[in-house]
Design a protein around this ligand. Sequence first.
Ligand SMILES: Cc1cc2nc3c(=O)[nH]c(=O)nc-3n(C[C@H](O)[C@H](O)[C@H](O)COP(=O)(O)OP(=O)(O)OC[C@H]3O[C@@H](n4cnc5c(N)ncnc54)[C@H](O)[C@@H]3O)c2cc1C
Length: 453
Amino acid sequence: MSSEHTVIIGAGLAGLLAAAVIGATGRRVTVLEQDRSDGSPVPRGGVPQGRQPHVLLYRGLCAIEELLPGLRAQLIAAGGVPLDTGDLAWLGERGWAPFGIPAFELVSATRPLVEHLVRRRVAAQAGVELRSGARVSGLHRPTTATGGGWLIESANTPPISADLVVDASGRSSRLPHWLARCGTGEPPTTTVDAGFGYAGRVYAAPPDHLGRVAGIVMLPTQSAPAGGVALPVEDGRWLVAAVGAGDHRPPRDPEGFDAFLARLRDPALSEFTRSARPLGDITVHRRTNNVRRRYDRLTPWPDGLLVIGDALCAFNPVYGQGITVAATQALLLRQALASAARPGWQRRLMRLFHKATDLPWAIATGEDLRHIGAQRQRPGADTLFARWSGEVDRLAAHGDLRAQRTLDRVYHLVGSPIELFNPALLTTALRGRLRGLPAPTPRPPFATGTGTS
Ligand SMILES: Cc1cc2nc3c(=O)[nH]c(=O)nc-3n(C[C@H](O)[C@H](O)[C@H](O)COP(=O)(O)OP(=O)(O)OC[C@H]3O[C@@H](n4cnc5c(N)ncnc54)[C@H](O)[C@@H]3O)c2cc1C
C-alpha cells in the first residue's frame, strides 16, 4: 500500500476543496463520489440542495480564492453575477438595513456552477482522480501486520487502501456507523431543528431587473417565521426561495407558493415573481436541521482519518454558512499538511476543524432556538448576547452604519462577535434609549421589471 494515498468520500464542495489541498502536496488522491456525472453544471441527486439558492459568504469566497486562485474571475466569466451586499434589499427582524452603501463584493451563482468550476480545477491537478458512480459502503482498519491504514469498500470496485481517509460525504454521512463497527464508537451528536423548509423556483430576468437593488433577502423573524430570497445567477436567471418554519413552511404548488410570498412582511418578493417569467417547477427541501458530530470527543482518535464539511457539522442553511465553513477547514488542512510529519496531526486538526464551526454553530443554533422558543433553556451569557445583538440590529434598522457594518462582518464570518461590543455602539444605543432613535431606514428603491434584458 502506498503510504501517500488519500481517499476522499464525496465530491461535494468540501471533498473537492480537500482534494485540491492534498493533491497540491504531491500525494495521490482518489475522490469517490456516489453520483454519476458528466461534469456539467446541473443539479444532481447526491446534492439535492443544489436546486436552492446558495450564497457564498465573503469569507468563503476569499477562502476559495486563496485555495484556487482565479476562481472568482472564472465564476464571473461563466456568468456568475458580481454584486455588492450593500445593494441587497435586506429586511431583518427590526426593519430594512441601510441600502446602497458599499460593503462586501460577492459573486452570485448557482451551487452547481460553483461546484462545476471547482471540480474542473481539481480534476486538472496531477495525482487527483475523481471517480463517479462509486458509493462507499464501509470502512475498515486492517491490522498493522498487513500494513495498517484503511480499507474502503465501494460499489463496483475492489476495496481500496489508503493511509488517509477524508469523510466529506455531507449530512447523510455513514461514518458514525462505520466507526462503531470498527470499535471506535459513535461521536456524541447534537441536533437543533427549527423545522425550516425551502421552496424554490427559477425565474427568467436580467440581473438589473430590480434597478439598483441587486437582490432581496427577507429574514424569518420570531413572530413571523417566514421569509425568502431572490438572487440573480448565471444565464439571465434568478433563484427565488421561500423559507418558513413549522406551520409556516412554504408549499410546492405554484398558487400556494405565490400566496406564501404575498403574505410576507413586505411585497417585494411577490412583486418580483409577478414581474418575471417562471422557468420550471417548484422544488422543496426540508432537511435543514443543525447537526454537530463531536468527533473531537472520541478518544483515541484513529490515525489517518479526517471529517470535513457537512459530515462534521451541518447548519440550518438559512444563514448561508456551509460552503464557507468547508473552505475554511480546507485552509486549515493546508496549514496542517505543512507539518503533517508530527504524530497525532489528524487529532489536532480535527480539533481545529471543530473550532472553525464554533461561531457559525452559535449563530445558527442561537437564532433557531429563538425560533422554537427555547431561549429560556439557554445559558445566561447567550441570552444576554442575543439581546445585545438585537439592540445592534435595531440601530442598523434606524440607519446606523457602524452597526450595519459590524453585523455584516459577523454574518459574513470575517469579524468576531466581540466587535458588537464596540464602545461606540454601546454609547449610540444608550443615547437612542434616552433620546429616541432616528427614523427607520427607508424601503430600498425597487424598480421591479425595469431591467434591460
Ligand atoms: C436548502 C439548502 C440551502 C443551502 N444554502 C447554502 C448557502 O446559501 N450557502 C452555503 O454556504 N451553504 C448552503 N447550504 C449548505 C451547503 O450545501 C453545504 O454546506 C456545502 O455544500 C458543503 O457540503 P459538503 O461538501 O460537506 O456536502 P455535500 O454538498 O452534501 O456533498 C456530499 C457529497 O458526498 C456524496 N456522498 C454521500 N455519501 C456518499 C457515499 N457513501 N459514497 C460516495 N459519495 C457519497 C454526495 O453525493 C455528495 O456529492 C445549503 C444547504 C441546503 C440544504
